[in-house]
Design a protein around this ligand. Structure first.
Ligand code: DQA
Length: 142
């Protein structure tokens, strides 16, 4: 299957950014790690990252007809972007939401995801393992 992994704002700074919260792996480390998992070997996995809401919307739209499923870490947009919620709802591609940290155990504003209910599910708090769990859940769903 063709899977698109979309990472939102500030995730380009993984490794530097609040390592006590997000760990010391860079986004590239996580990408390479996932690519080397046996569950990933039968899939074509593309990774993109953007700090811009409109770019994330364009990437979701452009995935129509190109990808079978999407793993989406919308970063802070998770908590307030109705435009990203609408974009996920607009495309006929199963999407799963993922967060490295446990958003339910952090500041109050992070407990809300306006995107979650347009996804097939949400995984959070497992660090990079969450991307693997998301891949398994998504491919199982498809
Ligand atoms: C995050 C959680 C968000 O609340 C935060 O704004 C991020 C990262 C995570 O992966 O844990 O940027 O999506």
């Amino acid at each position: 299957m063709k899977i698109l992994v979309i990472n939102g704002p500030n995730l380009n700074l993984l490794g530097i950014r609040e390592p006590d919260v997000y760990g010391t792996d860079t986004l590239e480390d996580i990408e390479n790690w996932l690519d080397n998992q046996s569950e990933a070997s039968s899939h074509e996995i593309n990774w993109i990252q953007s700090n811009h809401e409109g770019e994330l919307i364009d990437q979701l739209h452009n995935s129509i007809g190109k990808f079978d499923g999407i793993i989406f870490n919308p970063g802070a947009y998770t908590h307030y972007s109705y435009a990203l919620r609408d974009a996920v709802a607009s495309i006929p591609i199963p999407t799963i939401e993922i967060h490295l940290s446990d958003i339910n155990q952090r500041e109050g504003f992070r407990k809300i995801s306006v995107i979650k209910d347009k996804c097939i599910g949400q995984i959070c708090g497992l660090g990079k393992l969450g991307y693997l769990e998301a891949l398994k859940a998504l491919t199982n769903y498809i």
